[in-house]
Design a protein around this ligand. Structure first.
Ligand SMILES: Cc1cc2nc3c(=O)[nH]c(=O)nc-3n(C[C@H](O)[C@H](O)[C@H](O)COP(=O)(O)O)c2cc1C
Ligand SMILES: [Mn+2]
Length: 483
């Protein structure tokens, strides 16, 4: 396995040039509208080509989208094959590499400094989905420091830009939220940087499910195979990737909330309009001629950035208790979050149900677990469905748990709930969900060939390139082959 990634994926512009050189980047004509049209085009090309929009909505700054929209591209950016992806990510997550700080003068992201400006005027921020409440930053890495320890954290959070100096942010109860609550308890704002336009591996590292106080920028360094160059923000102490395209410096204000949403989210539904925390903008810094990155919600770039680091963590978690767990996959149909497929080498009849229970506890988003044998490819949903069709019996192999915590963005968890003044139930009852596990494994011992998968000797090994005669044409009147 290669351990150092190729340099092209440690730099956004080189990665974009590489996609372009290999026919994977579509350049769209100038003047596309930021409202809906840009996202519509990016969505049409989702998973096929990244998209580059010069001068969208009359802005000088171009927008790029979809440069991480295939599993194979992400593996390529990491310098490994698809089958090594999870192992490589896990290795980096377990061996973070501290960053290296550079002075302001060496940081590309601070070449241009703007204060007192409206983000909507400086930046080409798209409005994505039909019912979105205006323009949203969807690919911003929010970096903050733990007020207690000073350790940094990185996450992507959707940010609604609704006035000159203020932006509303959705923080689910994870690390950024914990830092904010700590600052708020001291009646202090939480300093943040919103970093837009980073290299593919730093983007991926932002999604690591790491322990509190593990700075995900160090996981980015480990993925790069070299310490990430960072620089201190100009108006606060947050350290940001020095070569990022755009950085918005600001503070999440204590005790201030403004209405945010609706917004089309990863499950392909809208999340409700609610009061959310607010970022006060202090400065915008950027490279000369920067590129702005937007992620179209619920499309492949969004789903994969979340699902691959999660798969890596879930695999590590399950393997700690069950060494015979071989692989996991969060299916695209399950929006890369809700449906987990687990491959095991089963030795005891009860094992799959234990694995199911452990997976439910590994992440609250997981709603359905299917356990399959080692002759089933978990990354292929057709094979998993075949295993369910032929190895699963609902009265014997089904596990159901009622009333557990699920994803607050799963609309089916709201059925039967009272809706409050801003169309959402109170937060402590949001996302209550059943869990379902399916043991789709075959018995350890079975009669003769009852569970032997049909195969034809040679089906995997016959050399078709050598065997297919491309110059031959058949005369179907005579049945003879001609050349
Ligand atoms: C495109 C994208 C958008 C996201 N939007 C949000 C969001 O609005 N709020 C949120 O809490 N998490 C969001 N996430 C998920 C977090 O970024 C992710 O869970 C992250 O790993 C959390 O970091 P933490 O474990 O350090 O808290 C988003 C992820 C992606 C890829
Ligand atoms: Mn974290």
């Amino acid at each position: 396995m290669t351990t150092s990634a190729p340099a092209l994926s440690t730099d956004l512009r080189r990665w974009l040039a590489h996609l372009s050189d290999t026919g994977r980047l579509a350049v769209i004509r100038e003047g596309v509208k930021l409202e809906h049209q840009l996202a519509a085009i990016a969505k049409r090309l989702d998973g096929r080509q990244a998209v580059y929009f010069p001068r969208p909505g009359g802005h000088d700054m171009p927008v790029v989208s979809g440069f991480m929209s295939r599993r194979g591209w992400i593996a390529e950016a990491m310098g490994v094959t698809e089958s090594q992806l999870l192992q490589r990510f896990r290795q980096a997550a377990e061996n973070p590499l501290p960053w290296r700080e550079v002075p302001t003068g060496e940081a590309l992201c601070q070449q241009v400094v703007q204060k007192g400006v409206d983000p909507r005027e400086v930046l080409p921020i798209p409005t994505h989905s039909e019912h979105d409440n205006g323009p949203y930053i969807t690919a911003g890495l929010v970096i903050a420091r733990n007020p207690k320890t000073g350790a940094q954290n990185v996450s992507i959070n959707r940010i609604q830009v609704h006035s000159k100096e203020r932006m509303a942010i959705l923080m689910l109860p994870r690390h950024l939220w914990a830092f904010y609550k700590e600052a708020e308890a001291r009646q202090q704002p939480l300093d943040v940087a919103v970093v837009i336009g980073v290299d593919p591996l730093t983007l991926l590292a932002s999604q690591a499910i790491a322990p509190l106080d593990c700075d995900e920028l160090e996981i980015a360094g480990a993925l790069h195979g070299a310490p990430l160059r960072v620089v201190k923000c100009l108006t606060n102490d947050v350290r940001v990737p020095a070569d990022a395209e755009v950085v918005i410096e600001g503070r999440i204000l204590p005790g201030v909330k403004e209405l945010e949403g609706p917004f089309g989210e990863f499950p392909k539904y809208y999340s409700a309009r609610e009061h959310r925390e607010v970022i006060q903008v202090d400065a915008i810094t950027h490279r000369r001629d920067p590129v702005f990155h937007t992620i179209v919600p619920a499309e492949m770039e969004h789903l994969l950035l979340g699902s691959i680091p999660r798969e890596a963590t879930l695999l590590a978690h399950l393997q700690r208790s069950f060494p015979n767990v071989l692989d996991v996959h969060l299916s695209v149909g399950g929006v890369g979050r809700y449906h987990l497929f687990v491959k095991i080498r089963k030795t005891h009849e009860g094992q799959p149900k234990n694995v199911i229970c452990a997976a439910f506890g590994a992440h609250y988003d997981i709603k359905q677990v299917v356990v399959v044998d080692d002759d089933v490819e978990v990354h292929d949903p057709l094979q998993v469905e075949w295993a369910v069709a032929t190895r699963f019996q609902a009265d014997r192999d089904l596990v159901v748990i009622a009333g557990a915590q699920g994803s607050v963005l799963d609309p089916s968890t709201t059925v039967g709930q009272e809706f409050g003044e801003n169309s959402a139930p109170p937060s402590h009852v949001q996302g209550i969900s059943a869990k379902m596990g399916l043991d789709a494994t075959k018995p350890v011992v079975y009669h003769e060939h009852v569970f032997t998968k049909v195969r034809v000797p040679g089906e995997d090994t016959e050399d078709l390139d050598a065997l297919i005669d491309t110059s031959a044409r058949v005369n179907f009147e005579t049945g003879k082959v001609q050349r």
